[in-house]
Design a protein around this ligand. Structure first.
Ligand code: FAD
Length: 504
């Protein structure tokens, strides 16, 4: 059976009734949830688990986003799982990522574990029963179910899937054309002959602009300030060479992952040790691609140091090619207001448009916006401290997969897969049914810091919603490192009996 073609198959059959307590519920069937299911099935056989997903198929981010050109911005050797070799070009389309995930589901018999169109609307922990009770809305039948589980593995991502973030500008209602957010791309959208303005300069805008160029009248990227970009061929020379040597795909996958991680570490180190040198190199690269077509100082020289936000990768320099060839242009300015025919900018200039695309980002969602309570008391995640960025003080039997910003998200999916399976085995050995992180007496006065330090990483959705996130401490195991290099040693070595986890 092809899981991609038959997403409905696993929705058949009732979920567990409260009498049947599951061992684990995985929330979400995106790249994290499918990875969690794989690790449970392979590392913790015998675990009774279900994946609950509100959409009608798997894929998460790669189903929600359907705008032209949608593709990964990290390489699939590391955005793919460690256990399934990636065979294609490093930067992949959403369709290719979905095909890969579908194969993981099919090859490991995970389809029967996934319940689609099951939206979790509330999660309540009972200390008496030692279970999470989930209020689930079956979106296909309208039924309300109750599903009980001992452990919750939250793989619901980090942003609201229902709608993206659109700032409100004066005069929006007067605009005579169409306003589109990339997260809700209209199926009937036809760009031909239209003047399109894309507001934004992040990875989404940088994908959309070349995808629209040549298919519309003209496309303009309107940015408040520039972003760092790096270009490269959408190919991996090492992978191609190793394939020619006829090495097994598993070897190639592992070797290429290591090389990519090695190179990324070097780039990251340089971003901190030699930010000016790195900036000069990145700008020289942009200049080489755009030539005299655009003022690089004005439109492609960011105000922040490289790596404060993800450096967007432009495969085959397609954005710059579109600019050089005149199909796309870049305007760096601010919006004063929308007008019936386009935009009036703060500089006094006007931009005429038939379509305005607001590539202005996401709305942060903490644990899927699900209301949580513990013994009837509403849970405020902002008042908790993260244990290795995965579990939370005072919150029993719950793990959240929050991946990396600068490295591929999925690297952490695999690391946390190992950790959760080890923790579940450890609980069985100890005869414990509850595990709750708790600060030890010496940590009670530990200074608390934001979940993500703003000076370390500062995208808009974190600036807007960061206060809702849990805190981190100033020492292990309360640090949320956002560093794969640190986690790959720390997580497998985590001492589960050091007193920071309380078992009952
Ligand atoms: C356009 C775009 C491109 C990106 N490219 C990259 C990239 O190249 N590399 C990278 O590392 N990261 C990238 N990211 C970040 C990306 O979101 C993550 O890497 C990754 O896809 C997140 O996977 P996830 O499974 O954790 O969450 P998601 O993909 O967000 O999936 C979460 C799933 O949980 C479900 N869900 C949520 N709440 C509930 C509920 N209450 N009940 C039931 N189900 C629920 C959702 O329906 C969804 O299917 C990108 C993000 C976007 C938006």
């Amino acid at each position: 059976m092809n899981a991609r073609l038959d997403p409905h198959s696993a929705a058949a059959g009732a979920g567990a009734t409260p009498a049947e307590v599951l061992d684990v519920v995985v929330v979400g069937a995106g790249i994290s949830g499918v990875g969690a299911a794989y690790h449970l099935a392979t590392q913790s056989p015998g675990t009774r688990f279900l994946v609950l997903e509100s959409k009608d198929t798997f894929g998460g981010t790669w189903i929600t986003h359907r705008y032209p050109g949608i593709r990964s911005d990290s390489d699939l050797y590391t955005f793919g799982y460690r256990f399934k070799p990636w065979m294609g070009a490093p930067i992949a389309t959403a369709a290719e990522i979905l095909k890969y995930m579908g194969e993981v589901i099919d090859e490991n018999g995970l389809g029967e574990r996934i319940r689609y169109r099951h939206a979790i609307e509330r999660a309540s922990w009972s200390s008496t029963d030692r279970v999470w009770t989930l209020a689930v809305h079956r979106l296909d039948t309208g039924e309300r179910l109750t599903i009980a589980t001992r452990f919750l593995w939250m793989c619901q991502g980090y942003y609201r899937h229902q709608a993206g973030y659109t700032p409100q500008w004066p005069g929006m209602e007067t605009f005579g054309g169409r306003i589109v957010h990339p997260q809700a791309w209209p199926e009937d959208f036809d760009a031909s002959g239209k003047r399109v303005v894309v507001i934004g300069s992040g990875a989404t805008a940088a994908t959309l602009v070349p995808a629209l160029a040549g298919h519309c009248g003209h496309v303009t990227m309107l940015q408040r300030s520039p972003t760092w970009f790096v270009t490269g061929r959408n190919a991996n020379v090492l992978a191609d060479m190793l394939r020619e040597l006829d090495l097994p795909p598993e070897w190639i996958h592992e070797i290429v992952r290591r090389k990519i991680l090695f190179d990324q570490k070097a780039l990251q180190a340089r971003a901190f040790s030699d930010p000016d040198g790195l900036a000069a190199d990145l700008l020289a690269n942009v200049r080489a691609h755009v030539g005299d077509a655009v003022d690089v100082d004005r439109h492609f020289t960011p105000r922040y140091k490289p790596w404060r936000q993800r450096i967007a990768f432009i495969p085959d320099a397609d954005l710059f090619k579109a600019v050089r060839e005149g199909q796309a242009s870049v305007v760096t300015d601010e919006i004063e207001r929308f007008t019936p025919t386009g935009l009036l900018l703060k500089s006094g200039e006007s931009l005429e448009a038939d379509v305005i695309v607001t590539a202005t980002g996401f709305e942060l969602s903490v644990l899927g916006d699900i209301p949580f309570d513990i013994d009837g008391r509403p849970l405020d995640f902002a008042a908790t401290v993260g244990w290795r960025g995965a579990m939370f003080t005072g919150v029993p039997n719950l793990v959240w997969v929050f991946g990396y910003f600068r490295a591929s998200w999925t690297l952490r999916v695999d690391l946390l897969g190992d950790l959760v399976c080890r923790l579940l085995a450890h609980m069985r050995e100890r005869g414990a049914s509850v595990v709750t992180p708790a600060l030890r007496p010496t940590e009670a006065d530990m200074p608390l810091r934001p979940w993500v330090e703003p000076e370390n990483f500062s995208p808009g959705y974190l600036a807007r919603g960061g206060a809702l996130l849990p805190k981190q401490g100033d020492r292990a195991p309360w640090i949320h490192s956002q560093d794969y290099g640190f986690d790959k040693d720390d997580l497998p070595a985590a001492d589960l009996d050091d007193g920071s986890l309380v078992y009952e």
